[in-house]
Design a protein around this ligand. Structure first.
Ligand code: GLV
Length: 325
């Protein structure tokens, strides 16, 4: 019997590739870049499994190109705005999986790091040193905003939101949160977190941190009007997906002093960054590093591979988003 054909659209950590190779013929993209659409169509032809990354647009065209043998698509990411899950569900024969939980702590570390960087002006400070700009310690030099006793507003208290809140609580912050549902009372109690409306969160938080997934409802959730609702001394942190924030509106708000600063790990048109942001000292900008640790990326790859091989072996995958049957 021929081995299942497993298509991996870009290199993932070796333990994940090894696991896949034990269960099928692996085709691995030779490129260290995202595949073009044409390359993707070619690559997936006759695939039983596709292991894809967040830059691969997975839709009806890709499903058609793959053909009838396709049984599973495993996204090596927790977010799956790159995937048309309805198109997959319509087929009724293809599982779709993501990689939740394994990147929670790494991403929350980055959210906390951005909170500290933005409030304490660390990017700006680093630029002073690196540009050899003259400086001297003084009582009033480059003062930031302390976070002890301040309020962190978490938008979306899922796993990453909770892990960020846990860190912020340890730094002495009060936690409020908004979202579609109120969290479990045990979680609220552990974090000392209070459920509030989105309006109240924006109007009262000293730091607003976004942790909701990107979908049709959350695209530009933070727009010009929402930025105006925020306090003028507040900071906006985004570690979810760029399009949750209207980037041009953010540039305008930062320039106009409508908010005090921003910390961004994600951008609307990655890897392009709005040029307006580059000019702003009060914007901390890092290149989508949320899950970028060796341990976390390995865990993500292995979880995606585990999902794919489970389906190929006729079993239910550990972290399904779209099920079959
Ligand atoms: C990373 O951004 C992810 O969604 O896993």
């Amino acid at each position: 019997m021929s081995q299942p054909r497993i298509v991996v659209t870009r290199r993932i950590p070796q333990p994940a590739l090894d696991l896949l190779a034990e269960h099928g013929d692996v085709w691995l993209s030779p490129h260290d870049r995202p595949l073009t659409r044409e390359e993707l169509f070619d690559a997936v032809k006759g695939a039983d499994a596709i292991v894809c990354l967040l830059h691969d647009q997975i839709d009806d065209e890709v499903l058609d190109a793959a053909g009838p043998r396709l049984k599973v698509i495993a996204n090596v990411a927790v977010g799956y705005n790159n995937v048309d899950t309805e198109a997959i569900a319509r087929r009724g024969t293809v599982w779709f999986t993501n990689t939740p939980a394994v990147l929670t702590e790494a991403t929350a570390d980055i959210a906390m790091a951005l909170i500290l960087m933005a409030t304490r002006r660390l990017g700006e400070g680093e630029r002073v040193i690196r540009s050899e700009t003259p400086w001297v310690w003084s009582m009033f030099y480059m003062l930031g905003a302390g976070i002890q006793g301040k309020t962190l507003g978490i938008v979306g208290l899922g796993l990453i939101g909770q892990a960020t809140a846990r860190r912020a609580k340890a730094f002495g912050m009060e936690i409020i949160y908004s979202g579609r549902r109120q969290a479990d009372p045990a979680i609220e109690q552990e974090l000392g977190a209070r459920y509030v409306s989105f309006d109240e969160l924006l109007e009262t938080a000293d730091v607003v941190s976004l942790h909701c997934p990107l979908n049709a409802e959350t695209k530009h959730l933070i727009d010009a009007a929402r930025l105006q609702q925020m306090r003028s001394d507040a900071f906006l942190i985004n570690t979810t997906r760029g399009p949750v924030v209207d980037e041009q509106a953010l540039v305008d708000a930062l320039k106009a002093g409508e908010i005090a600063g921003a910390g961004l790990d994600v951008f609307e048109e990655e890897p392009t960054v709005n040029p307006g942001l580059l000019e702003l000292e009060n914007a901390v900008l890092i290149p989508h590093l949320g899950s970028a640790t060796i341990e976390t990326r390995t865990a993500m790859g292995v979880l995606a591979a585990t999902n794919a091989v489970a389906v190929l072996g006729g079993e239910e995958p550990p972290t399904p988003v779209v099920r079959v049957g």
